[in-house]
Design a protein. Structure first.
Length: 545
């Protein structure tokens, strides 16, 4: 059941919540493919103004923005979405999208040292191509505590640029409407209607799926760039950053990357350009470490020459814990992606999805004794997660020879007692929602007329006022919501402009810079920040002329 659950759970408004600026077209736009090359077809040596490592949720809008005035190379280890048709529709997240990993799939599976199964995006467009699509802006606290040098007008412009292109206002499905009613009955108020803003209470929000179920991930933001200035190398693995020593200090002058045939390519940046890491919370700290930037002990243990010692690279890794209950529905219910969120003052977030799970059971009395007959169950998944865990861990290399080998990472879920207490409060809120009249019709009735829920997997403790029972439920059912972050924190590894401290011409733009995952779901902020940093770089270079 765990693997299947992994699959499933993966604009501005006036005060009257009048919608502005959402995408209207629902056709896939593959124009960006004119700039996509298999790495085997690119020169062994070339020069660009900007090199972006990782064509993911932040990397795509960043590349599109910089291509307005400069030549850009994006180096992406995965393939283009056209290689994985299942990612292009909502049906894909209910298939085997995240289950299989043969080294060429759009998601790379890994298990943290905590024993929790997880995935990394491995596709052009990043995790925006394998997630549940929920699009909601960051909370105010994120901006105030991120350490980033914000120009909020530019941030607003960046959000709108994304939302105009790939964000949609969906019609609420039957289950999502019921889930919303249940949250309101349970006291998750007020009813904030449809809004992209992060507001305490219950709301529906945008999606990168349209009403026809087509996914419009970050990859489509490439279409808003100048494609003649853009090259995207797919199936390309960056092995290390090339550093050079100058009078101004250590500078990133390019990258070495290998293609699928094992050939090594050298890509260099021109004067005034930069190498920008956008390889995610696992990939970016890993690449810094492989390139000699990080804690002396980890580097020396792997035989890596130290270019710049920084004890914080790979540290302060955190993951938002997820706990959920799964309820079998006593009637047919259409699948639904997350569309509604309940947001509390304590940064607990409740979201849900529904699906149909096929089962097979033996028929020993049939004409074919070894045959099976399919059984389909409708199931709803009710999730509690919370942002900003106080518990954190670290990431370290286990191989210095092969970038394809994931580093080890430990998140230390619930190490801080307050995190465990927050889980208990969140799951009690789930319990309150299950007691509402909105959920009454989801109970089964037994032969004696008694009603109750049928759980697929662990049920909440009967006595939810008992702290010990609730704490044990939280510990035994904790898993990931795939919103891990840290490893290159602002103020420790990068400065407020996301430049790597102690280097020139090197930045990090992805979730590894976050000390807390923004909003209910981070993809909106990651797309925004890719566009935002691109605009700030263009502004900086224009001012320097």
């Amino acid at each position: 059941m765990g693997a299947w659950l992994l699959i499933v759970l993966s604009f501005i408004f006036h005060h009257q919540f009048e919608v502005l600026g959402l995408a209207t077209s629902s056709d896939h736009d593959f124009s960006y493919m004119n700039s996509v090359y298999n790495a085997t077809d690119l020169p062994i040596r070339d020069e660009y103004d900007y090199i972006i490592v990782g064509g993911g949720t932040a990397g795509c809008p960043l590349a599109a923005t910089l291509s307005a005035n400069y030549s850009v190379l994006v180096v992406e280890r995965g393939s283009a979405p056209s290689s994985y048709p299942m990612v292009l529709t909502a049906d894909g997240i209910f298939g085997n999208l995240l289950q299989e990993d043969d080294g060429k799939t759009p998601a790379q599976r890994f298990t943290s040292e905590d024993g929790v199964a997880n995935v990394r995006g491995r596709i052009l467009g990043g995790t925006s191509m394998i997630n549940g699509g929920f699009f909601s802006r960051a909370d105010d606290q994120f901006y105030n505590e991120s350490g980033i040098n914000w120009d909020m007008d530019t941030a607003e412009e960046a959000y709108q640029w994304v939302e105009d292109t790939i964000v949609f206002h969906l019609n609420l499905s039957a289950w999502q409407s019921t889930f919303k009613d249940g949250l309101l009955e349970a006291g998750v108020t007020p009813d904030n209607g449809f809004t992209l803003q992060h507001l305490v209470g219950t709301k529906s929000s945008g999606s990168i799926f349209d009403n026809e179920g087509k996914r419009h991930g970050a990859v489509e933001l490439l279409n808003r760039g100048v494609l003649e200035n853009l090259k995207v190398a797919v199936e390309a693995w960056v092995e290390r950053i090339i550093f050079s020593s100058k009078a101004s200090g250590v500078s990133a002058s390019g990258v070495k990357y290998s293609d699928s045939q094992g050939k090594t390519h050298t890509a260099l940046v021109r004067d005034g350009g930069e190498v920008i890491l956008s390889a995610g919370a696992i990939g970016s700290p890993q690449l810094l470490l492989l390139s000699g930037v990080g804690p002396f002990a980890n580097l020396s243990s792997q035989g890596i020459s130290v270019v710049l010692e920084n004890p914080d690279v790979g540290n302060h890794m955190a993951d938002n814990p997820r706990n959920n209950v799964n309820i079998v529905v006593p009637f047919g219910l259409d699948p639904s992606i997350p569309q509604v969120a309940g947001i509390t003052n304590e940064f607990n977030y409740l979201e849900s999805s529904s699906s149909i799970i096929p089962f097979s059971f033996p028929q020993p009395f049939s004409l074919f004794p070894n045959g099976t007959s399919p059984l389909e169950l409708s199931v709803v998944f009710i999730v509690d997660k919370f942002a900003g865990p106080l518990s954190s861990g670290s990431l370290w290399l286990v191989s210095s020879a092969d970038v394809k080998v994931s580093p080890a990472v430990r998140f230390n879920y619930f190490e801080d007692p307050e995190d465990l207490a927050r889980c208990v409060r969140g799951m009690r809120l789930v319990g309150d929602m299950l007691k509402t009249s909105s959920m009454q019709g989801f109970k089964f009735e037994d032969l004696e007329g008694a009603e109750g829920f049928k759980f697929l997997g662990p049920a909440l403790p009967i006595n939810q006022s008992d702290d010990a029972s609730m704490e044990e439920f939280c510990r035994s059912t904790v898993t990931t919501i795939w919103h891990y972050h840290g490893g290159c924190l602002v103020g420790k590894v990068v400065n407020g402009d996301l430049k790597v401290v102690g280097t020139n011409s090197l930045r990090v733009v992805d979730s590894s810079i976050f000390n807390s995952s923004p909003g209910t779901n981070p993809q909106a902020t990651l797309m925004m920040i890719g566009r935002y940093i691109g605009l700030r770089i263009l502004q900086e270079r224009e001012a320097a002329k």
